[in-house]
Design a protein. Sequence first.
Length: 168
Amino acid sequence: MSEKTETSSRQYLAFTLAEETYALAIEKVREILEWMPVTRVPRCPEFMIGVVNVRGGVVPVIDLRVKFGMEATTKTVNSCIVITEISLGNETIVLGALADSVQEVIDLEPDAIEPAPKIGTRVDMDFIHGIGKREESFVIILDIDRVFSEEELAGVSTGLAEDLAVTA
């Protein structure tokens, strides 16, 4: 883990994907929305399920389960969209991440977070900031800035811009 991340926020938003608990640094979370209809956008990456209107702005919605190689999310009454901010160079990109459910905001001390193991998780290790130990359970802490490559995010924004221009 880098020095910068160890001294940053110790609060994380815990959520579930395929019965596993994941977390994002709270400063990366803008808000949590109940599940709402998503408008499909053609020619976008498989993990992008569409866009939603958030206070007049178009926000792409990503199915993290698909991105991580899991089965696509089945929407339930607990499904929600976590609106996140991703840093890409000098730019901040707003994305919605589909979660099976949001649990709570948790506090983790830096010494309760260990580096990700080299094997044994469904998620590419580059995406993982660390594994948090919480009582008798573990929380996979994602580094949301590393979940998507520049090419993937460029593909999302390019596909959106082209398709929205055609429909305008």
